[in-house]
Write a protein that binds this ligand. Structure first.
Ligand SMILES: [Zn+2]
Length: 124
């Protein structure tokens, strides 16, 4: 029970840190979800949603409101770290994770790789 509480507290803490967006506008629009711009904390990437394309998205590199350049996305490092440290690969077609030689068995990712925890921990 107390373990669960701790987890919630830590998550709150982390979302506080996520409030450190480049400007108020970005934070407000991300919170509201009223504009087709998304932030993926797991890979620290920003995207614009494409109209009429299922799950279509375009990476963006600067904030459309304040013009600030975003920190580089960690998508490559993410996949590299999973591969080297955990021997986990991603299938580019199904976007599922597996271990080499066990392609049919989907792997559950380590908890830290389901949030921003993995890169914050490594100071990336
Ligand atoms: Zn901004």
């Amino acid at each position: 029970m107390s373990g669960g509480k701790k987890e919630t507290y830590r998550e709150k803490d982390m979302s506080k840190k996520n409030n450190e967006q480049c400007c108020k506008f970005m934070q407000v629009f991300l919170d509201e979800g009223s504009v087709g711009i998304y932030y993926d904390p797991v890979i620290r990437g920003y995207f614009i949603c494409l109209r009429g394309v299922k799950e279509g998205k375009q990476v963006i590199y600067h904030c459309p409101w304040c013009g600030k350049k975003f920190l580089p996305s960690l998508v490559e490092v993410y996949l590299e770290t999973l591969d080297k440290a955990f021997n986990i690969l991603m299938c580019p077609y199904t976007r599922t994770y597996f271990k080499p030689g066990q392609e049919d068995t989907e792997v559950d990712l380590p908890e830290e790789f389901k949030s921003a925890e993995w890169w914050k921990k490594r100071n990336l």
